[in-house]
Design a protein around this ligand. Structure first.
Ligand SMILES: Cc1cc2nc3c(=O)[nH]c(=O)nc-3n(C[C@H](O)[C@H](O)[C@H](O)COP(=O)(O)OP(=O)(O)OC[C@H]3O[C@@H](n4cnc5c(N)ncnc54)[C@H](O)[C@@H]3O)c2cc1C
Length: 399
């Protein structure tokens, strides 16, 4: 790598958002594009550890960026997957209410879904639910036909291939470090030597706030890592789930609650819960980064979050350490599931943006610096919405 290499656009991070952004920049003839990624593969963090669901757009506040970009992105995603032979399936899902309060919330979800353009949502009674998912017990439910499953790692690989075919580059094991502006150009130090760029696009996921600060734009939010843990259903219990079974989410949180998901590669996953992680790559309890932990605990928003949601937090930790507690949460949806049916699966770490006021950011969030755009919040459904988010970022980056 020569020290004089300079690109029109340097995209930091080869998760699905960075890759989709690079592709969108190329589609707008934005000049030379380089994507750099710390890890030795694309989709190494959130993108490769998610639930693999193609979200419909049911949950999001009409008019929010999430609502618009999920709807637009889903349509593009299906087309891209079909063209590139990326495995996907549109199988529909059932959202299940088990008490009166959840039935009220379910009606609001149906209203949002319709406002977000979803057609064919069916309101179900207990029998209707069983027609779709024979082992689910619920008071009321919604069937949402647009939801599906996809392999987001394969999708990211296809995106990287298409970037390279269009003349761009994706370089792995290249980590952006210190950066500064020199003569209207960015000079970014990496472990492989310096790189030059006219514009920076920071798609660094869990590290995006640090990258923004390094680039001279201290962000208004802090990224706090929340681990989502999964269990897999034993083969003897897999007949209990046909497709996707979701609870009614607690509207106070951006997380959807533990659900059951048929995976593209076969098998059923249950999860994810949401526990505070002690590292931005904290895939297990024992992964502790003193720097990350100090960053989380030194942020005033963290303590306000704890004070507000202590009971919920304790419940999540219980579900993390006790298989019985995890099985109990699933049993509200599918009573036949027992702790014996579960074995520990993988986990993913959400890059959760948190405000100083202790509020969890729910929508996508970007901040701008000189010739730089920082993607500081790209939570679920960012994988579903990635192709539309990429276009939105490219539009903003190009001014
Ligand atoms: C548990 C879980 C379940 C989810 N389920 C779903 C789902 O079912 N459907 C859905 O649509 N969405 C889901 N999401 C959300 C979705 O996966 C994420 O929103 C999306 O993957 C974010 O992509 P990203 O590119 O922003 O981040 P990431 O995939 O995390 O990519 C960021 C990349 O930046 C790299 N990087 C960081 N710092 C540097 C640096 N200094 N130099 C170079 N590279 C750097 C990292 O190594 C990383 O690879 C889920 C997320 C989680 C965590």
């Amino acid at each position: 790598m020569s020290s004089h290499e300079t690109f029109d656009h340097l995209v930091i991070g080869a998760g699905i958002v960075g890759l989709a952004t690079a592709r969108a920049l190329q589609q707008r003839d934005a000049g030379t594009v380089l994507v750099i990624e710390t890890e030795n593969r694309v989709a190494a963090h959130q993108t490769g550890h998610n639930s693999g669901v193609i979200h419909s757009g049911l949950y999001y506040r009409p008019g929010s960026l999430k609502a618009r970009l999920c709807t637009e992105g889903r349509a593009e995603l299906l087309e891209f997957c079909a063209q590139q032979e990326v495995p996907f399936e549109v199988c529909g899902k059932v959202v299940v209410a088990t008490n009166k309060a959840e039935c009220t919330a379910l009606a609001e979800l149906a209203r949002r879904g319709k406002a977000n353009g979803l057609e064919g949502i069916v309101h179900l009674g207990p029998e209707g639910i069983r027609d779709h998912e024979p082992h689910v017990q619920g008071t009321e439910g919604l069937y949402v036909p647009q939801t599906g499953i996809a392999n987001y790692s394969a999708l990211s690989t296809a995106l990287a291939r298409s970037i390279e075919e269009a003349g761009g580059q994706v370089r792995l094991q290249v980590a952006a470090g210190k950066m500064r502006r020199e003569n209207n150009l960015w000079r970014v130090e990496t472990n492989r030597g310096p790189l030059g760029a006219r514009k920076l696009v920071n798609c660094g996921g869990a590290w995006a706030d640090r990258i923004a600060r390094e680039a001279g734009t201290p962000p208004r939010i802090r990224i706090v890592p929340f681990r989502g843990e999964y269990h897999t259903l034993a083969p003897k219990a897999q007949h209990l789930v046909r497709n996707l079974i979701y609870p009614v989410p607690d509207p106070r949180f951006p997380f959807l609650g533990v659900h059951l998901t048929r995976m593209m590669g076969g098998g059923i996953e249950a999860g994810p819960n949401a526990v505070l992680a002690f590292s931005r790559a904290g895939y297990r309890w024992r992964d502790v980064s003193p720097r990350d932990l100090a960053g989380t605990m030194g942020f005033p928003g963290t303590w306000k979050l704890f004070a507000r949601h202590l009971t919920t937090g304790i419940g999540e930790v219980q579900r993390s350490i006790s298989k019985a507690a995890f099985a109990k949460a699933l049993g509200r949806l599918v009573p036949e599931i027992t702790p014996d049916d579960l074995s520990p699966g993988g986990s993913g770490v959400r890059a959760q943006a948190l405000g100083r006021d202790g509020k969890l950011l729910d929508d996508f969030h970007f901040e701008e610096g000189p010739d730089a755009l920082h993607v500081l919040s790209a939570p679920s459904p960012a994988a579903t919405a990635s192709l539309a988010i990429g276009k939105e970022i490219a539009r903003r980056a190009l001014g």
